[in-house]
Design a protein around this ligand. Structure first.
Ligand SMILES: Nc1nc2c(c(=O)[nH]1)N[C@H]1C(S)=C(S)[C@@H](COP(=O)(O)OP(=O)(O)OC[C@H]3O[C@@H](n4cnc5c(=O)[nH]c(N)nc54)[C@H](O)[C@@H]3O)O[C@H]1N2
Ligand SMILES: Nc1nc2c(c(=O)[nH]1)N[C@H]1C(S)=C(S)[C@@H](COP(=O)(O)OP(=O)(O)OC[C@H]3O[C@@H](n4cnc5c(=O)[nH]c(N)nc54)[C@H](O)[C@@H]3O)O[C@H]1N2
Ligand code: SF4
Ligand SMILES: [Mo]
Length: 682
């Protein structure tokens, strides 16, 4: 390794990391040679943040539009795309063109994308990868509290909690800098694997995948039996407890032990730890990515309400969001059923308000579309042309091989990206876009905190922003509505469109965000934001009370049986991000976790004739992938685990099931039945 002498700094920008929902503050510095480095600003950063600038000048960075894989001018590419839209819509109708967005896009992009789809394309078909991510928690939060903000309090409040329960969350790998806010409390970690997070826990419960709902109901059963409830709170601030009490009466500890595999003494120990304390219950994807994800989160909210937690200092229920703009990405109109400000597209008043901001007749707005997985299923059928931006579904969607087939069945796939993702590889047209350090915008982090991303430098030669492409295409289509390339102008419009909605950003401006942040709602320019949502125990439901909702355990859509005797669960490793499209290119992240693997209990491995490092084929009823085995007692013997960061023959999503939650339309990423067999090294 050659060590360069430091060159003078040419310019700097105070911004935030391009990856996850923690949105760590980051200072970027560019030296006179054009080399960019990142360092933390205030808090911490994980390895992905430190290495993020490597992608800016990466040799595989896309810098020219591609048509059928060949470089073409922007003029040619955009004319071609506009022509395809016109021809396809003339033959098949407006809804034949769809859009698949992402929770990593800025608020300005998701807002304009929703508008562009409804007005410029005139299509109802837009949805995004947040369906894979946050939608089950969102569904449950809306149902119980009347509002959907991941953390209802600043993350700093967690430092004063006595007990923190992490349900299906592994922040030691997925948000390492968050750990310092958690470790002052006693930690209860609920995860089928002994993760790096579980290592730090006072109590680790290791349930079978897909049994968290029974576990939560069982803990509430014990809380009732042991007299841990806050009856004044239940009476004063909630509705519906009696039905929940009746339901959980059936969740005897021994019965819950049989479903979950968590021992009766451990159940009692967990309930006792939580009782009468400042307890925060936090869920993440482990408990949410199930065909009963909404009901599972609801069961944890029921427990939190019964213990009288939401609204008390450093207590309550929260969901740890995932993508950089996982929160804002679900508020401003890229969801199939949604308009900006968390308004519903089926609500006549909402349509009227937003249409007025957009300067169109409400009648011209399409109705609700369908969720992400359903949109992908329609490809090649009802949907003939798809725009993908901010997602790589060929790797990250469940039943990935079928998704790739559906995308190949399209008449036309258009990808906006800055790297050649596996999805972009299938596209007829690839349009190269700017990265985070080259554009301004706002993001809303896991605390519902609106922050500004500031650009370090302009677009590289040949590259344009997502916003610019929308504007250019709208012009070619003679579309109604105005499309800006100026993020600040779009943010002001977003503010007006969100005014009076649940996620009200109308009081925030780029100027106000210059050197501070705001947690929404911020309904007026003199409002300081809402750090603690339920501080006065008022919930934004029709009667101002939080709602208990009785929910029952259901088995995963697929159970282990003689043919498929193991559960496969999936998730993340520290050094890779999502579909890996970005992080697989970053050399400094290379290490043992740069390749797929299968985590497996030694007893299970022996039974299948598998040794450490041996290649294994993992097969479900839908498909298979291969990976070398990593033997460890950290996982339940009935369960195997792989990350989903890898494409092709290593793609775990070839096996994963696309059965959906009835409310959130979240696929069951976290549990399906598989069999395993030794495989040849590829
Ligand atoms: N390094 C890294 N960090 C990331 C990301 C990344 O790709 N890489 N992605 C970001 C995004 S978008 C998200 S959504 C977050 C996700 O953050 P997390 O939710 O923390 O991550 P996961 O690894 O998906 O799942 C967490 C844990 O759930 C466990 N689990 C599996 N099945 C079950 C179950 O049935 N019940 C319970 N209780 N647990 C179960 C898994 O073993 C895993 O350890 O991470 C964000 N941060
Ligand atoms: N088996 C399994 N599968 C899962 C999960 C799991 O736990 N298990 N988790 C799910 C979850 S929670 C999530 S969030 C998804 C995430 O998976 P994906 O939706 O595939 O997300 P990314 O890999 O982040 O894809 C982002 C793509 O957009 C590009 N991109 C980034 N920023 C921009 C931008 O500003 N503009 C444009 N045009 N492009 C941009 C990147 O280069 C990359 O190609 O995966 C889901 N899939
Ligand atoms: S924790 Fe998330 S936001 Fe912070 S540096 Fe790592 S990837 Fe970036
Ligand atoms: Mo996510």
């Amino acid at each position: 390794m050659t060590v360069r002498a430091a060159l003078p700094v040419l310019r700097t920008a105070d911004t935030h990391c391009p990856y996850c929902a923690l949105q760590c503050g980051m200072r970027l510095e560019e030296d006179t040679d054009g080399k960019v480095t990142a360092s933390p600003r205030g808090g911490g950063m994980c390895k992905k943040g430190w290495t993020s600038p490597e992608l800016l000048d990466h040799p595989e960075r896309l810098t020219t539009p591609l048509l059928h894989g060949e470089p073409v001018s922007w003029e040619t590419a955009l004319d071609h795309v506009a022509d395809r839209i016109r021809t396809i819509q003339a033959e098949h109708g407006k809804d034949a063109v769809g859009v698949f967005g992402g929770g990593g896009l800025t608020n300005e992009k998701v807002y304009q994308l929703g508008k562009w789809t409804r007005l410029a394309l005139g299509s109802k078909h837009i949805d995004y990868n947040g369906r894979f991510c946050m939608s089950s928690a969102a569904g449950a939060l809306n149902r119980s509290f009347g509002i959907d903000r991941g953390l209802p309090f600043p993350k700093e409040d967690l430092q004063d909690a006595d007990v923190i329960v992490l349900v299906g969350a592994n922040p030691a790998e997925t948000m390492p800098p968050l750990m310092r806010f958690l470790t002052g409390a006693e930690l209860i970690v609920i995860d089928p694997r002994r993760t790096a997070t579980a290592e730090q826990a006072q109590l680790h419960l290791q349930p079978a995948p897909g049994t968290d709902l029974a576990l939560a109901n069982g803990l509430l059963h014990i809380a009732i039996e042991q007299g841990y409830l806050d009856h004044d709170y239940i009476k004063g601030h909630t509705n519906g407890f009696d039905e929940v009490r009746q339901t959980v009466a059936g969740y005897w500890p021994a019965f819950v032990e049989r479903i979950t595999g968590v021992s009766v003494p451990d159940l009692y120990a967990a309930a006792r730890l939580m009782a009468g304390k400042k307890t925060a219950i936090l869920t993440a994807r482990g408990s949410e990515q199930h065909a009963k994800g909404v009901d599972t989160v609801t069961a944890w909210i029921n427990l939190a309400l019964a213990l009288g937690l939401p609204g008390k200092p450093s207590s309550g229920y929260g969901c740890i969001t995932g993508q950089g703009n996982g929160q804002g990405g679900r508020e401003h109109g890229q969801k199939a059923d949604q308009l900006p400000g968390y308004r519903m597209i089926t609500d006549p008043a909402a349509r009227e308000h937003v249409a007025a901001v957009w300067g169109v007749d409400p009648e011209t707005l399409p109705g609700a579309g369908v969720s992400a997985v359903e949109l992908l299923r329609k490809c090649g059928d009802e949907v003939k042309m798809l725009f993908v931006l901010g997602s790589n579904p060929v790797v990250s969607a469940p039943r990935a091989a079928r998704v790739a087939d559906r995308l190949k069945d399209l008449d036309c796939l258009v990808s906006f990206d800055f790297v050649m993702s596996e999805t972009a590889r299938l596209a007829e047209v690839v349009l190269p876009v700017t990265q985070w350090a080259e554009e301004d915008g706002t993001m809303t982090n896991l605390e519902g905190r609106i922050i500004r991303r500031k650009s370090l430098r302009g677009a590289p030669d040949g590259v344009h922003s997502d916003l610019w492409i929308m504007k250019e295409l709208a012009a070619r289509l003679d579309a109604p509505g105005a499309y800006s390339t100026d993020p600040e102008e779009i943010f002001e419009e977003l503010g007006r469109a969100s005014a009076g909605g649940k996620a009200d950003y109308s009081g925030v401006s780029y100027e106000r965000l210059e050197d501070r942040t705001f947690q929404w709602p911020v309904p007026s320019p003199d409002h300081d934001g809402t750090p603690r949502m339920f501080a006065d125990f008022k919930f934004p439901t029709p009667d101002g009370r939080a709602k208990f909702i009785a929910v029952d355990h259901r088995h995963p859509a697929e159970r282990r049986d003689r043919s498929y005797p193991l559960y496969l669960t999936t998730g993340r490793v520290l050094t890779q991000y999502q579909s890996g499209a970005q992080t697989r290119l970053i050399e400094s992240l290379d290490g043992p976790d740069s390749e797929q693997f299968l985590q497996i209990h030694p007893d299970t491995a022996v039974r299948h004739g598998i040794g450490e490092g041996d290649w294994v084929r993992i097969t479900s009823r839908r498909g298979s992938y291969t990976a070398p085995a990593r033997l460890t007692t950290d996982i339940r013997p009935d369960t195997v685990f792989s990350p989903f960061h890898f494409p092709g023959a290593a793609n775990a999503n070839a096996a994963v099931s696309d059965v959906l939650d009835p409310i959130s339309r979240m696929p069951e990423f976290k549990v399906c039945a598989v069999k395993i067999a030794p495989a040849a090294k590829p």
